[in-house]
Design a protein around this ligand. Structure first.
Ligand code: FAD
Ligand code: NAD
Length: 475
């Protein structure tokens, strides 16, 4: 019946759903000696999201920011099973998870259910479209690798189509107008990267068209980047102004059409703006599987932003604390960021070490109790009681500390070799921007990239782009 799950009946089974920031950080630090570990994810890799916009414009190649999960799993002390499949449902009462092979090639078995002792729920979030007409079908997203590849193909197509002989002036202007929706960090970074591509490459290779490319960033709120300080917001807005990126705040996208975007302007008037493509970076929304799981605990799981967890990241309402939830699928007081998800993953690894220790001690206690029940000699009984007290003391000391998030600062690339950083040093926030910050941004990302292999690949891509420019071919 094919390879079995690593089932050692004497050990508990942890099933991890996802291979993103939270899951990968957990897997990296988890001591697998005491557990059967199974990772289930529709992607058999970890995606380094902060550099995804760089892939969308060809600054980096896709492979450089992907790390196969098996590379990590292979180095663990006991076998970790990695299964490329999408979890479809969780039964928190019977402690099982059902998953399916959703890939193109399917075998005779493509759907199964397995039990778990502990489930780590780290499936992330999907793109929030607010049900706005046309967004799902017509916009490009910036969440998965496939989104970045699609955006790259479409942008290059717009440019080549604009160069088609006999194209009218108005059509050229439409095709070369890129609208980015969402002034959060994703929208800002995408706009910055498009601008770099324009300056560094398009001006050389498409001199007749480059001057006509326009980038508009649309944000419903009064300012972009609400999570950054006022000073950095101003710095970003003035950099964008100098880069000729039009920033439209208090402006809301109402519909996306094939050849235009419909905007509600600050004065509430409606305008239809022609454009060649729209990149949608409107934020996060819970996945269907997450909503279904939460719906099983309707009295406590009521937060629309995601799963409510306690101080120890246990899903509230679940019997016997068997589900832990981390990252973007949860609703906590922290922002849905890679930083938070990875710290939560590392914290859970420590929790599992503690649980394993506690389980061992409880097993020892049980042995001592059984032994005590069998013995008739008072002296031996007294000794066993003493030993029992010792073990109980050790168990009592194994207090699980609550999760504590330590904010290392926020960084965002804004194009033109500039980045902004809010760094919590000493007692205050140090806000900084400019070329030095950009260099810091690059080295910070290089050092946080998970494997040496990825670091080398990314550094190499940066060098190649600097020397030869970005690749213009469209596949
Ligand atoms: P993810 O990393 O999204 O991982 C979810 C995993 O679950 C994926 O492997 C997915 O394939 C898998 N999955 C999905 N559905 C299922 C299912 N049904 N069953 C099993 N597995 C499933 N944050 C920062 O702190 N700094 C940054 O610079 C930064 N830059 C970003 C840039 C971009 C373009 C984007 C989109 C996000 C960025 N973020 C950044 C946010 C950060 O990526 C997320 O907060 C982080 O990915 C959350 O981690 P996660 O583990 O919860 O989810
Ligand atoms: P976000 O939620 O931060 O921003 C989405 C923006 O889109 C909001 O400001 C919202 O007002 C706007 N919006 C939504 N619908 C709109 C509409 N119809 N018209 C106009 N504007 C609309 O989303 P994000 O930028 O994708 O970020 C998601 C998470 O990932 C955040 O927590 C963010 O901090 C994190 N992230 C961090 C970095 C970084 O640190 N460099 C980079 C990317 C993402």
């Amino acid at each position: 019946p094919g390879p079995q799950l690593p089932h050692d009946p004497s050990k508990k089974t942890i099933v991890i759903l996802g291979s993103g920031w939270g899951a990968t950080s957990l897997l990296k630090t988890l001591d697998t000696t005491e557990y059967n570990v199974v990772v289930i994810s529709p992607k058999n890799y970890f995606l380094f999201t902060p550099l995804l916009p760089s892939v969308a414009l060809g600054t980096l190649s896709p492979r450089s920011i992907l790390q196969p999960t098996r590379y990590l799993a292979r180095h663990k002390s006991r076998e970790v099973r990695v299964i490329e499949a999408e979890a479809k449902s969780v039964d928190p009462i019977n402690k099982t998870v059902t998953f399916e092979d959703d890939s193109e090639i399917k075998g005779q078995t493509a759907h199964t259910t397995i039990p778990y002792d502990y489930l780590v729920y780290a499936v992330g979030a999907e793109v929030q479209t607010f049900g706005i007409p046309g967004v799902q079908e017509k916009a490009c997203f910036m969440k998965e690798m496939a989104d970045a590849e699609k955006m790259q193909r479409r942008f290059k197509d717009c440019i080549e189509t604009a160069g088609f002989p006999g194209q009218s002036d108005s059509e050229i202007d439409r095709l070369l107008h890129v609208v980015v929706v969402g002034g959060g960090p994703t929208g800002i970074e995408v706009s910055g990267e498009i601008h770099d591509f324009l300056e560094d490459d398009l001006k050389s290779w498409y001199p007749e068209l480059a001057g006509r490319v326009r980038i508009s960033l649309v944000e419903a709120l009064p300012s972009v980047l609400p999570m950054f300080s006022k000073q950095l917001i101003d710095y970003t807005e003035s950099t964008f102004k100098a880069s000729k990126i039009q920033v439209l705040t208090k402006t809301m996208v109402k519909e996306i059409k094939d050849d235009a975007v419909v905007l509600q302007m600050p004065d509430k008037s409606i305008q239809e703006v022609p454009c060649g493509m729209v990149v949608w970076a409107g934020g996060n929304k819970g996945r269907k599987i997450t909503q279904d799981l939460m719906a099983q605990f309707p009295s406590v799981q009521t937060n629309r932003r995601g799963i409510t967890v306690d101080d120890h990241l246990r899903m509230v309402g679940v019997p016997s604390s068997s589900i832990f939830a981390i990252g973007d699928c949860t609703s906590t007081s922290y922002a849905p960021t890679a930083q938070v998800a990875s710290q939560q993953g590392a914290y859970l690894a420590r929790v599992f070490t503690q649980i394993a220790k506690r389980d061992k001690l409880e097993g020892k206690l049980k042995e001592l109790e059984d032994k005590k029940a069998m013995t008739l000699k008072e002296e031996e009984k007294t000794a066993l009681v003493g030993e029992e007290e010792g073990v109980k003391g050790q168990i009592a000391k194994l207090k699980l500390r609550p999760f504590h998030y330590s904010h290392q600062g926020s960084l965002a690339y804004i194009g033109s070799d500039k980045a902004i950083a809010d760094l919590p040093f000493l007692n205050g926030n140090i806000a900084t921007g400019g070329v030095t910050t950009y260099l810091f941004w690059r080295s910070a990302y290089l050092s946080t990239l998970f494997s040496l292999r990825n670091r080398v690949l990314v550094a190499n891509d940066w060098l190649i782009t600097k020397i030869f420019g970005r690749d213009l071919s469209r596949d």
